[in-house]
Design a protein around this ligand. Structure first.
Ligand SMILES: [Fe+2]
Length: 229
């Protein structure tokens, strides 16, 4: 790592960390999807993969506009989580327990990304990089929406199945269906908490307004209308 002498140096390090994190996840998410069981969870992980490719592309656009190529440096935090994800198949029984385990790791990944994008965006705003703030805001919104979606999945079915003392009879199909017939016995939220609802509810401006409230640097940066990054 280069020595950090300024906020600008720090921002570059954060972006390098993020692009490496996204690239590691592009490798890891298909494997997580492969070992998951519930079709709904597979769909979420596949959506996450597509989103992750988009995020890596946005970061590359930022580096292109800056006129630099990102250094190759491993994001150690995500590396740890990827290693953990590779152990899930060994430590968790296939089925709802393993699916809950996968969601657990995916949520910790999402939390790391949210915090990292939020920090990078604040630093970009402090430096007046308006266009960069916009790009990082788009990604931050998508990371938050994905995290909310994972939360809903975890709270509504998988964790209930994995922790219930009736788990074994439930797996045998003897327990009342607490949701309604779903893909692979997996609860897929509908309405405002379903996939479409979450995407609609947390789309762009609503979240931007929520995020930007109380952050004068971001508001000021966006008002300046600078063309630079
Ligand atoms: Fe991402």
């Amino acid at each position: 790592m280069n020595r950090i002498n300024s906020l600008s140096d720090l921002l570059m390090e954060e972006l390098v960390d993020l692009i490496n994190a996204e690239n590691q996840l592009i490798e890891a998410l298909p494997k997580m999807s492969e070992i998951s069981q519930a079709p709904s969870l597979k769909t979420v992980l596949e959506d996450h993969l597509e989103m992750t490719k988009k995020h890596a592309g946005r970061l590359q656009d930022i580096f292109n506009k800056i006129g630099q190529q990102p250094q190759v440096r491993i994001c150690e935090a995500i590396k740890e989580l990827v290693v953990e994800s590779q152990d899930i198949a060994n430590r968790s029984e296939k089925g709802s327990a393993r699916d809950a385990d996968i969601i657990n790791v995916a949520q910790r990944v999402a939390q790391y990304e949210i915090f990292s994008y939020q920090t990078a965006r604040e630093h970009a705003a402090d430096l007046g990089h308006t266009r960069m703030v916009e790009l990082l805001t788009d990604t931050l919104n998508e990371e938050r929406a994905m995290n909310l979606h994972l939360n809903e999945l975890a709270q509504n079915r998988i964790n209930v199945q994995a922790t219930s003392p009736l788990h074994s009879s439930q797996e045998a199909g003897q327990q009342k269906d607490i949701s309604s017939p779903k893909e692979g016995g997996f609860y897929m939220p509908k309405g405002k908490f379903g996939r479409k609802g979450i995407k609609k509810k947390y789309k762009s401006k609503d979240i931007s307004r929520f995020i930007d409230e109380g952050n004068p640097n971001i508001q000021e940066s966006q008002e300046k209308g600078k063309e630079d990054l």
